[in-house]
Write a protein that binds this ligand. Structure first.
Ligand code: UDP
Ligand code: MG
Length: 327
């Protein structure tokens, strides 16, 4: 028997947080699978028998909350949490994590569609038994995503890596962390939170587990391209000020180019071949005004973020919960 499969000293209480936005019809299967996983882990002495699921309804407009209430009624290990509105995936995750961190040793986050491999959860918990504080689920390939999304993800992660060297390639929001780490996470008080970027900043001893990402089991992706683009933009602008620096470089480059154009015009005047310059004038004006607009847009984005942070609005509001699980 190798060390990895040795039964741990004392089982950990695990809470699996599942953000749910318009996931009606998906949750019966999801909870069955996840409870099965908890049973298996409890059987192996990895987690306690009262380990539980926390289903966070992120202001769904369909019957998701009714589904959650029904599921919670028949099973003490399911806790439902209803947010008062749609706060977004990241905020739904922190609502679950922050509200449950006092009730569990290890908190796992996984999407409701179970595209991530649930078998990996036991590996995560095992790693916590070995002293790891954060375990990142890393997908091996993105073959199931449409080509456009795959290319976009490639480009995005390559860019992120350049700008933030702690970014973990292929990691989304499938991870586990112990309650102490979540307490530390609570001190990251930013309104524009981007968890996959923030966790690596927390530090501690961490580990990666690899898995192959599957097709969405049922329902449709809640991430339209628009939402995906917005998440990527969030990732960039809440992590680095590199775009601002790029604007500066671009400005410097444009300055050199305009200098060259200026020399060319002076040379034209000197040799008497000038006057025809209407096109070049318009071109220069357009180039500069567009550059100004891009720069202002990027700066505006950061100012918008500052504005949001300054207000210190709550990131989520819990409307109601189902019966608390025992313990
Ligand atoms: N989600 C959420 N709030 C939102 C959008 C999505 O809580 O505003 C949840 C959704 O229910 C799912 C997870 O976030 O559990 C990831 O969404 P999805 O599977 O649609 O994203 P994809 O896998 O396509 O990137
Ligand atoms: Mg999904």
């Amino acid at each position: 028997m190798n060390t990895a499969s040795r039964p741990p000293a004392s089982p950990l209480k695990v809470c699996i947080v599942v953000p749910c936005y318009n996931e009606e019809g998906v949750l019966d299967h999801t909870t069955t699978v996840l409870l099965g996983e908890l049973n298996a882990m409890a059987g192996a002495g990895l987690c306690t028998a009262d380990s539980f699921l926390c289903l966070v309804d992120d202001g769904s407009r369909d019957r998701t909350w009714a589904d959650i209430e029904r599921l919670a009624q028949g099973e003490a290990r399911i806790l439902g949490l209803k947010l008062s509105a749609n706060f977004g995936h990241q905020n739904a995750l922190i609502a679950g994590l922050f509200s449950q961190r006092g009730r569990a040793d290890v908190l796992v986050t996984i999407d409701a569609d179970l595209q991530d491999d649930v078998n990996v959860i036991s590996e995560m918990v095992r790693l916590h038994h070995q002293g790891k504080r954060i375990v990142y689920g890393v997908r091996e390939d993105r073959n199931v995503d449409p080509l456009g999304k795959r290319i976009a993800a490639r480009v995005f992660y390559a860019m992120m890596k350049r700008m933030n060297d702690r970014a973990i390639k292929g990691h989304a929001d499938f991870r586990s962390a112990d309650a102490g780490v979540i307490a530390d996470l609570e001190r990251f008080n930013e309104a524009n939170i981007y968890l996959r970027g923030v966790f690596p900043l927390i530090g501690y001893e961490s580990a990666l587990v690899r898995y192959v990402r599957k097709d969405r089991h049922a329902g449709e992706s809640k991430y339209s391209y628009r939402k995906l683009m917005s998440l990527a933009w969030q990732g960039i602008t809440s992590f680095t000020t590199t775009p601002l620096k790029l604007v500066l470089y671009l400005g410097a480059l444009m300055f050199v180019i305009s200098g060259c154009i200026g020399l060319w015009i002076v040379w034209g005047l000197a040799t008497g071949t000038a006057v025809q310059g209407w096109a070049s004038t318009v071109m220069v004006i357009m180039l500069f005004s567009s550059m100004n607009m891009v720069s202002l847009g990027i700066i505006g984005e950061y100012i918008g973020k500052i504005y949001k942070e300054v207000k210190q609005r709550p990131r989520y509001i819990i409307d109601r919960t189902t019966q608390q699980p025992h313990g």
